[in-house]
Design a protein around this ligand. Sequence first.
Ligand SMILES: Nc1ncnc2c1ncn2[C@@H]1O[C@H](COP(=O)(O)OP(=O)(O)O)[C@@H](O)[C@H]1O
Ligand SMILES: [Mg+2]
Length: 310
Amino acid sequence: MDFEKIRVVCVGNSTLDRVWLVDELPVGGGKFRAHDYLELGGGMAANAAVAVARLGGAASYWGRGGNDTAGHTMCDELSRYGVDIAQFRLFDGARSSVSSILVSHDGERSIVNFRGSDIPADASWLPLDDIARAQAVHGDVRWVEGARAAFAAAREHGVPTVLDGEIAEQADFHILLPMVDHAIFSESGLRAFLGDAVNIGDELSPVLGLQRARDLGCRVAAVTRGAKGTVWLDESGVHYQSAFPVAVVDTTGAGDVFHGAYAVAIAGGCNVAESMRMASAVAAMKCTRKGGRAGIPSYAEVQVFLAQNG
Ligand SMILES: Nc1ncnc2c1ncn2[C@@H]1O[C@H](COP(=O)(O)OP(=O)(O)O)[C@@H](O)[C@H]1O
Ligand SMILES: [Mg+2]
């Protein structure tokens, strides 16, 4: 199978990383020289949309930014990846989310993020009728109103939904988890959802936390654990997908890309285990190149990788 004509709508965050490559991270004030400079789009839903497009699906990104240079740079890059940005709205007077990232020769980094400002939370402008023509909806926790509206429309039309459970307020998880079919947390996102109620230290099983997520209504609750792989809980019990061993260069955006690949797999009719396996392969391959997006494979490339990696 391939994902041609499979449409996934990704709702949520887009950011711009401004990356300076320096010999040493600056200490204190002063003037410093970078030997290279990159502008790279990021953000959970935006990266997920790029993964959908790279895998051959029809990706639509629905999100918000400021009508500023960073906003236009993000739009241009998403377009170059073939993502439909008709609903990436840049608001006058608002400012986009940007990060300044300094990377030293040994890979150490210092990151300063600005989450943007004056970006309206209102989601009433989204063309929710379009959801009926999608095969999956992906949403993240950075635009709760947007994800909430899209998930509600998806439920109405029987379209499967995937949540990126990154760090967020507990109240937001309580809004979104009852509306979503597949909730895939990062480890820190799952901790944020659980708060102090359940401590899932590294040596403890996250299953109890995933059970709490399922108690709120999602059918599949999962947690990605970097090189330790992915654990998920569904009506038939606990399941595991190990991470694929690769020569890791950069794990930026691994989780975002995992979510996009998972969403397009579910949209294409794969079952949960097949989707977890493909998402793990796509995320691992992404880690072999610098940046959040450059390493995302095509569908043909991931098929070859899966054939070679059992
Ligand atoms: N070092 C790694 N080697 C192989 N796969 C990885 C590695 N890091 C991440 N992945 C894959 O990407 C997925 C998401 O990564 P993770 O670090 O859990 O999310 P996030 O980027 O949101 O913190 C993992 O479940 C795994 O499949
Ligand atoms: Mg993540």
